[in-house]
Design a protein around this ligand. Structure first.
Ligand SMILES: *Cc1c(COP(=O)(O)O)cnc(C)c1O
Length: 390
């Protein structure tokens, strides 16, 4: 049975008429960048996220970059980031000639550990970027408290987490000073090209973001500050407007798939429960856990990725591939071990929990349209592998 990591075709086919019409409407309007389509998309996203300002931008990476520019990050400033994330989270800091300062993760959630974050604050620290990795909120109360106490700005990297709610029901991205999202096609809400969003409840920051998005020109061709081309295409806005009303339904499907995986792995005797962090005879597979619980809030975890940990990860990946099951490694090398950050002076051993995750994590297919049979097949094949291995 073939199980792709992601198959976007069924989603397209289910909305083909509306999506095709939206694209044609943009072609007919001949208004391709920003403009009315982006304006109306921004309003729709403000309503959904319950925030004051939302601005469509060119990508999730650019969302982070423009956010750091808006809060005034300067060369030599320090910005604290988890060492375990997609490259953009740290890359944008270096691109402004500021220094990314790395922090280890909570091994259950894969998110930044607030206590470790607090230890890394110096007089040069200006901001922190909590990443809601894989689609689960960071411990925002703790992070905001520490940030406030130390006068730091909080830029939320929600690139994998649009639609995720924190334990009090607020959407991630609305809790810090600026929230950043990505609409890269493979994210849980994807456009048909690059795209991103920055959101804020702060009027002054929102105004700065708006000006920075168009090279810092305000009015046009008069530049008090230096920005960039961070504009969103109208076609992306039109597509995202069609898709947004379905996002919570897709998240629900992802969550059901994750629950099916968890139950099947436990039933197969490969794990005792979710959220274990050490391997032993009864836990050959470590299962992900949603740490927050409530009867009224559903979107605590939207499983942008479903990540298990296994000791012989690369061998398992090969074995699954031989059985036509596609997987991915998010992420094989933490920032502190990346060649481009060698000058920062970190070494293997500095952040053991991130290293353990980088060495043992594997993402299994989790997209909404995945069938129960496919999930069963992935678990069965994983079990076959462990029986041959141990
Ligand atoms: C995808 C991603 C980004 C970057 O988004 P792009 O739209 O690809 O530029 C940033 N941070 C995280 C955590 C991501 O997963």
């Amino acid at each position: 049975m073939r199980v792709p990591l992601l198959d976007l075709k069924p989603q397209y086919l289910s909305l083909k008429k509306e999506l095709d019409e939206a694209i044609i409407k943009v072609a007919e309007s001949q208004y391709f960048i920003l403009g009315p389509e982006v304006d109306s998309m921004e309003k729709v996203f403000c309503d959904y996220l319950n925030c004051k300002h939302a601005l469509g931008v060119s990508s999730g990476t650019d969302a982070l970059l423009i956010a750091l520019m808006a809060i005034g990050i300067q060369p030599g400033d320090e910005v604290i980031v988890p060492t375990f994330s997609f490259f953009a989270t740290a890359g944008v800091v270096s691109r402004l000639n500021a220094t990314p300062v790395f922090v280890d993760i909570n091994p259950v959630t894969f998110n930044i550990d607030p206590k470790e974050f607090e230890k890394k604050i110096t007089v040069k620290t200006k901001a922190v970027i909590p990443v809601h990795l894989y689609g689960q909120s960071c411990e925002m109360d703790e992070i905001i408290k520490i940030a406030k106490k130390n006068g730091l700005k909080v830029i939320e990297d929600g690139a994998q987490a649009i639609g995720v709610q924190y334990k009090d029901g607020r959407h991630v991205g609305t809790i810090g000073d600026i929230g950043c999202f990505s609409f890269f096609p493979s994210k849980n809400l994807g456009g048909y090209g690059d795209g991103g969003l920055v959101i804020s409840n702060d009027d002054i920051l929102a105004e700065r973001l708006k000006i920075l998005r168009v090279h810092g020109g305000e009015p046009k061709y008069y530049h008090k500050i230096i920005g960039g081309n961070f504009r969103l295409d109208a076609i992306q806005a039109a597509i995202l407007k069609v898709k947004l009303p379905f996002l919570d339904g897709w998240s629900q499907k992802r969550r059901e798939n994750a629950e099916d995986y968890n139950k099947s792995f436990i039933a197969a005797g490969l794990a005792e429960e979710t959220g274990k962090i050490y391997f032993n005879e009864k836990n050959k597979v470590l299962l992900p856990k949603a740490i927050y619980k409530s009867d009224t809030i559903k979107n605590f975890h939207i499983y942008n990725q479903y990540i298990i940990r296994v000791e012989k990860r690369d061998e398992l990946r090969q074995f699954l591939a031989k059985n036509e099951i596609s997987t991915e490694i998010y992420y094989p090398v933490p920032f502190h071990m990346q060649e481009c950050f060698a000058n920062l002076g970190y070494k293997r051993g500095d952040f053991p929990l991130s290293e353990m995750s980088a060495d043992t994590s594997i993402a299994l297919p989790i997209y909404p349209e995945l069938s129960k049979n496919q999930i069963e097949f992935v678990v069965k094949t994983t079990k076959e592998f462990t029986q041959n291995q141990f």
